[in-house]
Design a protein around this ligand. Structure first.
Ligand code: CTP
Ligand code: MG
Length: 580
């Protein structure tokens, strides 16, 4: 019978925080990575075997999740219902593999069947609703409403609703203050903010539901998530970046025999970009008019990378649909790979992203801000500079690639090794505290005026253009990932790095804070770095004020000023689309 995702999650959790992402590691890599880092939790006993058995590549993981999503449905549930009856009902259509419940302005359930045929059976018994005073678009999607006949009993035990939003900053700070070291705090931060197994399933399901809409025009198309949904750096509440992948259509067209053959008659456009724009505009219109739960659809087709942006209400996700953006998918794979080589990479990225968000270095509003993607590349670059280096260069990842890894996209060589066991890491045992402190020192003193950040070479390069911040796009060497960033934003970032480095140099900030008479704990470690006085905009000049300000009032200010409640879900979109 039904095994809930809750059980699955417990298993994942038991393997430590990196678990769900580490499933992609090859056995040997896991051994190599863990052997170099003593502090990392390693799975033990029978779990080790299980862990190793589940080793998969990035593509294999994405494919598995996509296939699971195709066997799943999204159900709007009544306010009160019996979980047992719910499962009995769905089990009539086939074995339910997994299910979970969550709240998003109402109760919802994700139900994953063992076989796709169950979806057909379910749809067979599902009716189009009769609506009063309006007319329904009879589009039969996999977003369904469960009708519960008769009076609902209030005695049903409440099912376990899985949280889909990040905790607010106050709760995070309180959690961090209970830890015993900065390293523990940073690991806890990742655990708290990272996408849950259920949230990832929901993201793939939303892509799959969108695929059904686009499939009306292009039956072989696939909508795939990319960006932080899959690159292992996603935080609860982050947007869902999607690619409309039409490769399947072109692949079939190329199968020609030696004799007579047929070709489709097609319309043509003046350029690939124009064709992409026209496809996206039609799909966008369809999403707007027929897509249940899809609201606020905006066609942003003139951007360098044309997108359709909308909110998917039943999941609470902000979605960006793009087409023909294969390089971005490859960048996601690259970040995923870096995130897997050493657990400290993810801890550092999560903490830098959280620190940057708390100080409005990044924003949910598009503008001249540094983006999360840029910050992640900056962390990778910093870790390539360690001695010994913690991460290999992109050129090294290319050298290690096998023949099947060869990948050229629009003339850009995007080849990287997919078998992680081929990557031998150097023995670097830096603590997270040291890494974070030195990250701030590194960028607090970086020669941004003349140097470009280049993870392909793992070295600073001369800036090829006059942008304030130059970060070479990993796979499209002529593009600057942070083209949108202006000098003022860069200066704020640099000053904050200097401040945070200085704060971390004060040893009293690194040890658990004393308990005040009212029972509250003085902010220390990473929690102290989040205090708004650090980010006042006056930068290092405000040090004296900070020193004299009581710690408890700093954390209070933090809680007051950072109203990151319920994440950035629907209102969010802070990426620099113009520079993609
Ligand atoms: N991207 C890029 N160049 C940019 C911005 C984005 O190549 N200047 C690609 C990256 O692969 C990135 C993806 O587009 O991961 C999605 O962009 P965005 O949503 O801005 O970043 P995420 O990594 O998804 O981070 P977030 O959690 O902020 O959404
Ligand atoms: Mg994103």
């Amino acid at each position: 019978m039904a095994a809930s995702l809750g059980v699955c999650r417990l298993h994942f959790r038991s393997l430590g925080g990196l678990d769900r992402f580490c499933l992609g590691l090859e056995p040997q890599t896991q051994r190599r990575c863990t052997s170099t880092i003593p502090a990392i939790k390693t799975p033990t006993g029978s779990k080790t075997a299980d862990f190793v058995k589940k080793s998969k590549t990035f593509q294999a993981i994405q494919e598995e999740r996509r296939e699971q999503a195709e066997r799943s449905v999204l159900i709007s549930c009544p306010a009160k219902f019996s979980e047992k009856k719910f499962l009995d009902f769905f089990s009539k259509h086939g074995t339910v593999n997994k299910h979970f419940f969550y709240n998003s302005f109402g109760a919802y359930a994700v139900v994953e069947f063992s076989n796709k045929e169950s979806i057909a059976s379910l749809k067979e018994s599902t009716g189009i609703p009769a609506v009063d005073h309006e007319a329904a678009v009879p589009f039969k999607s996999r977003l369904l409403s469960l009708k519960w006949p008769g009076i609902q009993s209030s005695n049903y035990p409440t099912p376990n609703f899985k949280e889909q939003s990040p905790p607010n900053i106050g709760d995070i700070s309180n959690l961090l203050l209970q830890k015993h070291s900065v390293d523990e705090q940073l690991r806890c931060l990742t655990e708290t903010l990272q996408l849950t197994e259920e949230n990832i399933s929901l993201r793939f399901l939303v892509c799959s539901l969108l695929g059904d809409i686009a499939g009306a025009y292009f039956p072989e198309c696939i909508i795939r998530p990319f960006g932080s949904t899959v690159n292992s750096f996603g935080k609860l509440g982050c947007d869902v970046d999607m690619i409309l992948d039409l490769d399947g259509i072109y692949a079939r067209s190329q199968k020609k025999g030696s004799g007579l053959s047929l070709e489709y008659q097609v319309k043509t456009g003046p350029s690939e970009r124009a064709v992409t724009q026209s496809i996206l505009s039609v799909v966008g219109k369809c999403v707007d008019q027929f897509g249940p739960g899809c609201v606020g659809v905006q066609n942003i087709l003139q951007a360098r990378c044309p997108i359709v942006r909308f909110a998917h209400q039943p999941s609470g996700f902000q979605c960006d649909l793009t087409a023909n953006n294969k390089v971005a998918m490859k960048s996601s794979e690259l970040l995923f790979l870096y995130g897997h080589l050493d657990p400290r990479v993810r801890h550092l990225v999560f903490s830098v992203r959280c620190w940057a968000r708390a100080h409005s270095i990044t924003s949910s509003i598009p503008g001249a801000w540094i983006t999360n993607f840029s910050l992640t590349v900056m962390v990778v670059f910093f870790l390539q500079q360690r001695s010994p280096a913690m991460l290999p260069t992109l050129d090294r990842l290319k050298e290690l690639a096998g023949p099947s890894d060869k990948c050229v996209i629009e003339g850009n060589d995007c080849t990287i090794v997919s078998d992680l066991s081929k990557i031998a890491l150097q023995k670097n045992t830096d603590t997270l505290e040291k890494l974070l402190q030195e990250f701030f020192e590194f960028y607090g003193n970086f020669p941004f005026n003349k140097a470009s950040i280049n993870i392909r070479k793992g070295k600073e390069q001369s800036k090829p253009e006059a942008a304030a911040l130059h970060i070479q796009n990993p796979f499209e060497a002529t593009l600057n990932v942070s083209k949108n960033v202006n000098a003022a934003q860069l200066e704020r970032f640099v000053k904050l790095c200097q401040e945070s480095a200085w704060l971390f140099q004060q040893k009293e900030n690194l040890e658990p804070g004393s308990t005040q008479s009212n029972g509250s704990v003085s902010p220390w470690g990473f929690a102290a770095l989040l205090a708004p006085s650090v980010a006042s905009g006056t930068g290092v000049k405000s040090r004296r004020k900070k020193k004299t300000e009581p710690a408890s009032s700093r954390i209070k200010n933090l809680l007051d000023s950072l109203k990151i409640k319920g994440g950035e879900t629907v209102a969010k979109k802070g990426s620099a689309n113009s520079s993609r």
